[in-house]
Design a binder for this molecule. Sequence first.
Ligand SMILES: *Cc1c(COP(=O)(O)O)cnc(C)c1O
Length: 222
Amino acid sequence: MSIAGNILQLKNSLPDNVTLVAVSKFHPEAAIQEAYQAGQRIFGENRVQELTAKEPNLPKDIEWHFIGPLQTNKVKAIAPFIHTIQSIDSLKLLQEVNKQAARNERIIRVLLEIYIAEEESKHGFSSEECLTLFKEPIEDIYPNIHICGLMGMGTNTDQTEKVRKEFHGLRHLFDTVKNLPGASPLHFHTLSMGMTQDYRIAIEEGSTMIRIGTMLFGKREY
Ligand SMILES: *Cc1c(COP(=O)(O)O)cnc(C)c1O
């Protein structure tokens, strides 16, 4: 099927409260245009260089989500236009995003990445670190960011029960954080979990945002 067909079919199958981020990394601008024509407006990229190359050539009403590891010295390059950074994995990065957002006189939305998978290359905060962070109203300290929720990636495995447990744990953390003084009742509403191979489980476990690449655009050519 075509990219447009894939988008429409997936969107029709999603519950109303689940937002689709089309992960366009490693795919050409033409593929993004095709998804855009089908009505998709939210796209995810994971490399600064690739994103800053594509962004000027694509429609201005695209909401770009950054979903990959982000070095603090690269924040500057995406700060003028990035809608949401989903991969905040340290306080240092959070501070830098706030600083660059202020310089651009804008608000940048962020999700805190929580590591839930068993993998070696762990990115993100632990549950404990996350709970500690939200004891204080963080948005008072960082006025140019809105902390909109949490993001996590399940273990890359076909043991579905393992992945389900990870997602279940992240949903529980999300619900707990929601009620802490640090979470803004106005902004904190997004739980980003689920990719092509595990998004159905993620939705069953309470995801409100899925990040889908392969299922929409086909295999990536690295
Ligand atoms: C690449 C990527 C995705 C999309 O993965 P697919 O398996 O192609 O759907 C989702 N989230 C993150 C963080 C990614 O890096």
